[in-house]
Design a protein around this ligand. Sequence first.
Ligand code: GMT
Length: 378
Amino acid sequence: MMKKLKIGITCYPTVGGSGIVATELGKLLAEKGHEIHFITSSLPFRLNKMYHNIYYHQVEVNQYSVFQFPPYDIALASKIAEVAVREELDILHVHYAIPHAVCAILGREMSGRDLKIVTTLHGTDITVLGYDPSLSDAVRFGIEKSDAVTAVSQSLVRQTHELLRPDKEIECVYNFIDPRVYSGLQSNHLRSEYGISDEEKVIIHVSNFRAVKRVPDVVRSFAKIARKIPARLLLVGDGPEMKTVCDIVGELGIREKVLFLGKQENVEELFSISDLMLLLSEKESFGLVALEAMAAGVPCIGTNVGGIPEVVDHGVTGFVCEPGDIEVIAEKALMLLENPSKYRDFSNHAVESAYKKFSAEKILTEYEEIYWRLLDKG
Ligand code: GMT
């Protein structure tokens, strides 16, 4: 029988792609019998079920009045050391370089154990923080002192090498979906409950509404589409650009066609009533929401930036366009939505690609192989 591992996982536990990936990975590793220890500032939000072999260790930060800034990073490193010693961890897998990779290294040092550290880069830890002179050396340090480093797309591997030139191999391990989440969804009642008629096409966008997501482009593309065919736009999520987005919706006179759904947990149910996903970001290392949509049979129109072209196969599972090219985006959307047989092909290919190239089983094996390789090396 294969030996089971004791794996610590550190991530940002609140809503966000890197936290979702880390939590889903922990759950699937636990299902395979490994013992998982989440070491995080709060309970990861997707950890919504009891598992006998998943443990949660909360990082508590001292709020002593002398501190101008509470020392979260030190508290995390201390917690990592405490858990690594008591639970005899084999591996610590940290998601997002700053501060987690650096805390992991300090925690290992404090523990005195030969703990193997795997760091997964998710995107903005490189594409934004890598440009910050106050952090870039620390990001490089975290990468070089980890035992293995992965990035969620080939594009992110390339960008990390170009920007930081670390003396370290970085392996691409894609994000994944769990097919069980998408099979047998019965959410059609939602369409009528939202007042969406049978002839209306549903276009969906899911994000944290930061400027990099270019949600105004989503709204403008939708307005062009809705001028030609009956359509509704589901805007899922919330964030700093929401006010601007609301204003543009008003200016374009499409308020009654847009549903502002805010932050939602079971987005798979929303994908199951959608026809097309728009992800028009100017930076996106992977685009987990595009993959989630594809798994539900929803083709995606994305931008040709970062890892999106690795997720969305242009002309097969969706299209990739220039950021801001609203004309072409709307034209491609209409071409799909007005052509049922073409649409069916794209939808089938989207599911196939999500289940094959990005299946949880495949990606989980890739991570496990990295863990075993590190432990075999001693
Ligand atoms: O996209 C965000 O703003 C959240 C961010 C995060 O760190 O959670 O997402 C990043 O990681 C996701 C999971 O690997 C990727 O799917 C997103 O593409 C990536 N975001 C960016 O690169 C902007």
